[in-house]
Design a protein around this ligand. Structure first.
Ligand SMILES: Cc1cc2nc3c(=O)[nH]c(=O)nc-3n(C[C@H](O)[C@H](O)[C@H](O)COP(=O)(O)OP(=O)(O)OC[C@H]3O[C@@H](n4cnc5c(N)ncnc54)[C@H](O)[C@@H]3O)c2cc1C
Length: 278
């Protein structure tokens, strides 16, 4: 006990959430003990050395977008930002059937304008092809709505193939060949792959609403949750760590009120659903 009281806070788990909270607290001068069950840091955002090749393999596709402000700030703070590969603009080199090489080069504009501008400027396409991409705005919006839980909307007619859907929505043969089919062609290629070894990782999901559980336990005030981030913890955990550090330091959230994500919504069965899940 004497050892434990030498700390202002004890963080259990050195994943993104725990490390973010610990980093903030120590920066503010607190004495923090981090307890981690495993021999490495990072929790579910980690990598391991392949037994046969020795190659470092990411445990999953952690995709960061420009909106992960707190994640980038956290990575900068711990000196890990150089390990993130940033593609400032979408650039894809394409070779058509005649061997002509062109590049889809999307300028630095807010999405989806960047893609639109890229396709409109893509010299592999004639003007009719370029303009046909504009016709996809409506169908894509419908498809997004159809993916929402509880939606009764249909993105395509029952039994309709992707090709028919693209044709029905005005996509020219050239655009289908150069933009949409390369995506579809990648999938049969996977058929030829065979599993030689496998690694299983825990992909935890908050089944109530796909959101994290953040803040004090209702009966044990000095036990603070920062957990249950489902598939978006790399995005949410660094900001959560900041919030938890604020709570420990000053007894309240300072920069962002995380109360709605508290344990009370679980107890009271008041889900706050995260819709953008996959
Ligand atoms: C394949 C994959 C892809 C993903 N892609 C994305 C993505 O693109 N974008 C995104 O935002 N998120 C993504 N996520 C989710 C994200 O990785 C997690 O939500 C996030 O890493 C969770 O961080 P955490 O700190 O909350 O928990 P964890 O990373 O699970 O960390 C918890 C830590 O606590 C330790 N621990 C547990 N119990 C104890 C104990 N009793 N004592 C000591 N230590 C303990 C564990 O060993 C672990 O290291 C992905 C996850 C996976 C698996």
């Amino acid at each position: 006990m004497a050892v434990l009281t030498a700390y202002d806070a004890i963080v259990i788990g050195a994943g993104f959430a725990g490390l973010s909270a610990a980093t903030r607290l120590t920066r503010d001068g607190a004495r923090v003990l981090v307890l981690e069950a495993r021999a490495r840091l990072g929790g579910r955002a980690t990598a391991f050395a392949d037994r046969e090749t020795g190659e470092l393999v990411d445990n999953g596709q952690h995709v960061l977008t420009g909106g992960y402000t707190e994640t980038f700030a956290f990575l900068r703070e711990i000196g890990a930002i150089d390990h993130v590969r940033v593609q400032p603009q979408l650039r894809v080199t394409m070779i058509d059937r005649s061997g002509r090489r062109t590049r889809l080069d999307c300028p630095d504009l807010p999405a989806p304008l960047h893609l639109l501008a890229g396709v409109l400027d893509w010299e592999a396409l004639g003007w009719a092809d370029r303009l046909s991409v504009l016709k996809m705005a409506g169908p894509m919006r419908t498809a997004r709505r159809a993916l929402r839980p509880g939606s009764h909307q249909l993105a395509a007619s029952p039994g309709e193939t992707v090709e028919n859907w693209l044709i029905r929505n005005g996509q020219t043969a050239r655009l289908r060949e150069l933009l949409w089919e390369p995506l579809a062609h990648r999938i049969p290629a996977f058929e030829r792959l065979r599993v030689t070894s496998a690694w299983a990782g825990h992909y935890e999901v908050c089944t109530l609403d796909h959101n994290g559980v953040i803040g004090p336990h209702p009966e044990l005030g000095n036990l603070l949750f920062a957990t249950g981030f489902s598939g978006h913890g790399v995005q949410h955990a660094p900001a959560t760590g900041r919030g938890i550090a604020e709570l420990i330091r000053s007894g309240q959230y300072e920069t962002l009120d995380l109360t709605p994500l508290g344990y009370a919504r679980i107890r009271d069965n008041q889900p706050m659903p995260e819709l953008v899940v996959y």
